[in-house]
Design a protein around this ligand. Structure first.
Ligand code: SAH
Ligand code: SF4
Length: 358
């Protein structure tokens, strides 16, 4: 009988399997708070139960293949799965300055971890390397959660340090909704990683019917829509999924999505030179987002080999942002984090495979 990975279980599920059930919480804390590498390290767990755990379950579904650190501090992890496939995650440390009660300036680091939900992707966006590589399989729940666990462990990030999670790595999270839903619950568990749902953002290419399903689940997660274009013709060229779910259907699904009063839906807009970087597009975007508590995130297209698209001019991106801000739409520009280690997800994996074949 092949072993099950214990990280596939929520705490409630584990308490059904383990007797007495209070042990489930202890096991959870050893895994997610003490970062143990084996069941044998779980000191307060009786010998017999340890034996049972060793017989029935695996603990670590991923191995780190490579880590690349960028000059700006972001780190890209390439993970190998049990079947030999690979996928990646990125750790993005953001330095913040804050005044303490005495008025002294303090520096502290906030961490965001960008994780994958699938190996490859079915959606096939024309600008995305992951999309070009095709689809291999969904990640299991444990393969999703252990990206965060392993990165926290590898960087010595204390269990109680706040971390944000974004599902913006490889794959379309709403195309693997069951496993993603479970991962969100496991991340949120106070006996586990204790990362509240409002610190988790699910980014989607806009599968409207799945957005509605996610809304019904009422997980409390934040939503990001990869919009990238304001008219259906261009969006279809960039994202073939737009034939099935056009812009209007996405906007309607977003309008029904439950959002925390203090939060917003994020619209990601990949800016590509001479395609969608003009003020006419900015004007249309303002109109489209009318009535939605939205925040736009402009992303510089990051060129890669084999792509005809080009990186936009900084002045055009700034003018685009300026237009949105002047018309009452919150808008940020995504820093080109980790450009020297290949910024957009899908690129590290791609480069490694090319090197191996050379
Ligand atoms: N499939 C989901 C989840 C994240 S996709 C979605 O599309 O929303 C990975 C992210 O990388 C998306 O935000 C996408 O816009 C971005 N991306 C893909 N290719 C890129 C490129 N060449 N340059 C910059 N960002 C890119
Ligand atoms: Fe898939 Fe997102 Fe890449 Fe599109 S941008 S191919 S949806 S991973």
């Amino acid at each position: 009988m092949s072993k099950i990975n214990i990280l596939d279980y929520t705490k409630d599920e584990l308490s059904q399997k383990i007797k007495p059930s209070f042990r489930a919480k202890q096991i959870y804390e050893w895994i997610y708070k003490q970062y143990v590498n084996s069941f044998d390290e779980m000191k307060n767990i009786p010998k017999d139960l340890k034996k049972e755990l060793n017989e029935k379950y695996n603990l670590m579904p991923l191995k780190i293949a490579t880590v690349e650190e960028s000059r700006d501090g972001s780190k890209k992890y390439l993970f190998v799965l049990d079947d030999g496939l690979t996928m990646e995650s990125v750790l993005l440390p953001m330095k913040k300055e804050q005044h303490d009660k005495e008025g002294n300036l303090k520096h502290h680091t906030r961490y965001t971890i960008c994780i994958s939900s699938q190996v490859g992707c079915k959606i096939g966006c024309s600008f995305c390397l992951t999309g070009k590589s095709g689809f291999f399989r969904n990640l299991t729940t444990s393969e999703i959660t252990s990206q965060v666990l392993m990165i926290k462990k590898d960087n010595g990030i204390a269990q109680n340090r706040r971390v944000n999670i974004v599902f913006m790595g490889m794959g379309e999270p709403l195309d693997n909704l069951e496993n993603v839903q479970k991962a969100v619950k496991i991340f949120s568990d106070p006996s586990g990683l204790a990362i509240g749902p409002r610190r988790q953002t699910i980014s989607t290419s806009g599968l409207s019917s799945q957005i509605k399903k996610l809304a019904k689940m009422d997980l409390g997660v934040l939503l990001a829509i990869s919009l990238h274009a304001v008219d259906d013709v261009l969006r279809e060229e960039l994202m073939p999924i737009n034939k099935a779910y056009n812009i209007e259907s996405i906007i309607n699904a977003v309008k029904e999505f439950p959002i925390d009063a203090r939060k917003r839906v994020m619209f990601e807009y990949l800016v590509i030179k001479d395609l969608n970087d003009d003020l006419k597009s900015a004007k249309k975007l303002v109109k489209l987002l009318n009535g939605i508590k939205a925040k736009v995130n402009l992303i510089f297209f990051n060129p890669h080999i084999g792509s005809d698209y080009q990186r936009p001019e900084t002045k055009d991106v700034l003018a685009f942002q300026d237009y949105l801000l002047k018309h009452g739409v919150l808008c940020t520009i995504r820093e080109s984090k980790g450009l020297d280690i290949s910024a957009a997800c899908g690129q590290l994996k791609d480069r490694k495979e090319k090197n191996e074949h050379n």
